[in-house]
Design a protein around this ligand. Structure first.
Ligand code: NAP
Length: 476
């Protein structure tokens, strides 16, 4: 398998201006296996200029039919290369190969969806008081900077690039430093599928060094960011200077609410993977479980039993459900949360330690009796740790759920339709799932309330977010 190792700019792999490189470490073995060129500020400027040239010299005016054909070609390339994309993903972030395969296919599906959306996304005609004709246009913005994290590198890159391109923009994609390989592959395959040079540029490089240059470049008209709330806030501050368009998909501390009238046995058996999947490095992780008191004890018993059965290990094996944490630093951060839980007297129903002699593994950990002021209860841990608590009263439980500054996702388990509707409306989150743990549907909007974000990815909402709305009035 040949590994991409350079920036993908203007339709080709290239070196950076400085020649600096970033070493990649396999989190399952702790071994360095490759070096990838790191962009610096001069490369950002060149890539943005090239993207703007590509936009101005043809991409913005391409017919919808031609753009549709090109994005379907990209999707076809991605489908043909699913296995290679999956292997790259597993290699650099330790994601279990079965998940990497699903996510590679999801990326292709996202391109198919937006290829099909191009000819169906349109403005309106509006009856106005003065007669004449009034109509709206959805116009592309120009160059979009897409900055993505390492936890779902390939699908998130696709769900930013595909709608931005479909809406007629060019894209400069900045992957996380830990996970550049599949983003670079996306740039290469999109070009092979017929995307003209400059339409999709891929710039690996340290966010701390090149992020500001990318966000503040005057030719970048929109910044679409997924990552931590801290960096999202910084991007919003920088973007405010020019009132630059932004969308932010940020952190979460999502609830999983289980009522006694639900099929709570099924909830208990399936809930561990709603928080531990991707080793808990998931913005939608249901990391706070609220269980109605009458079923609390048997629920916890089943939850812990299901957790102990999870297969944690070599991510290249098809039976593995949880791989390592993405890096040594990420594991240390999670261990600091566990140390705090110990200090504060939380009960460890299972887990709490390291696993295997090599690789950044941690046991999936179930915490009980966690104080509402404790870090593990309030903050996003981004590791395999869950807190479970009983509740007696629906209204009081909802106050606690909504006390979080986050509001991204969540689950609700009940067989009472009126309660399902009432609680769905009351939970302050952008995404909620009843009697299931799904958060992401390609066709539906995805994003957060409160400090979990601004704007929406996926669905037709994403197309809206990559266009300006213009109103035109024509006198009779
Ligand atoms: P992060 O540190 O915020 O990094 C995200 C991206 O931003 C990376 O590409 C990073 O580059 C870049 N970056 C860093 N500093 C920057 C700066 N000053 N300006 C511009 N870009 C900069 O987040 P992460 O640790 O990769 O990801 C974990 C976080 O993402 C969690 O909080 C998680 O909840 C959130 N997340 C949210 C969603 C969602 O849809 N809501 C989905 C997935 C993840 P470098 O890697 O080079 O530093």
């Amino acid at each position: 398998m040949k590994l991409p190792s350079q920036l993908f700019v203007d339709g080709a792999y290239r070196n950076s201006a400085s020649g600096r490189q970033t070493a990649l470490v396999n989190p399952a073995t702790e071994e360095s296996f490759a070096e990838v060129v790191a962009a610096d500020v001069a490369d950002v400027k060149a890539a943005v200029e090239s993207a703007h040239r590509a936009w101005d010299s043809g991409w913005r005016d391409l017919t919808p039919g031609k753009r549709t054909e090109m994005l379907f070609n990209v999707a076809r390339q991605l489908r043909e290369q699913t296995e290679e994309i999956a292997r790259l993903e597993t290699l650099h972030i330790g994601k279990p190969i079965s998940d990497s395969r699903d996510e590679a296919a999801l990326g292709a599906r996202v391109f198919e969806y937006y290829a099909g959306a191009i000819g169906k996304f349109c403005g309106q005609t509006i009856p106005v008081a003065r007669g004449g004709f009034d109509f709206t246009l959805r116009q592309p913005m120009g160059v979009v900077a897409a900055i993505v994290p390492w936890n779902f590198p390939f699908p998130i890159a696709c769900w930013k690039a595909a709608p931005a391109l479909a809406a007629g923009n060019c894209v400069v994609l900045k992957p996380a430093s830990l996970s550049p390989l599949t983003a670079l592959k996306l740039g290469e395959l999109a070009h092979a599928a017929g995307l003209p040079p400059g339409v999709l540029q891929v710039l690996p490089g340290p966010g701390g060094a090149i992020g500001d240059a990318l966000v503040t470049d005057p030719m970048v008209r929109k910044v679409s960011f997924t990552g931590s709330t801290e960096i999202g806030r910084r991007i919003m501050e920088l973007a405010a200077r020019d009132l630059k368009r932004i969308s932010l998909e940020l952190g979460g501390k999502s609830p999983n609410i289980v009522f006694a009238d639900a099929d709570w046995q099924r909830a208990a058996e399936t809930s561990p993977m709603s928080v531990f999947a991707n080793t808990g490095q998931d913005c939608c992780a249901r990391s706070r479980v609220f269980v109605e008191r009458s079923v609390f004890e048997p629920f916890v018993e089943k939850f812990v039993a299901a957790t102990k059965k999870l297969v944690v290990g070599d991510p290249t094996k098809p039976e593995t459900q949880l791989g390592p944490l993405v890096s040594s630093g990420q594991r240390t951060g999670v261990e600091e949360f566990l140390a705090d839980a110990r200090k504060r007297g939380s009960k460890f129903a299972c887990g709490g330690g390291r696993l295997h002699s090599k690789g950044y593994y941690l046991e999936p950990t179930v915490l009980l009796e966690v104080g509402k002021e404790d870090r593990c209860w309030r903050e996003e841990i981004f590791g395999p740790v869950v807190c479970i608590t009983p509740f007696d009263d629906e209204a009081q439980m909802l106050r606690e759920v909504n006390a979080s500054p986050y509001g991204l996702s969540g689950s609700l388990w009940t067989n009472d339709i009126r309660r399902a509707l009432r609680v769905s409306r009351a939970v302050q989150s952008g995404v909620l799932s009843v009697n299931s743990h799904s958060s992401v549907h390609v066709e539906a909007p995805f994003g957060g309330f409160k400090t979990s974000g601004l704007g929406r990815d996926l669905g037709m909402a994403a197309m809206e977010g990559y266009t300006e709305l213009k109103n035109v009035y024509v006198a009779e």
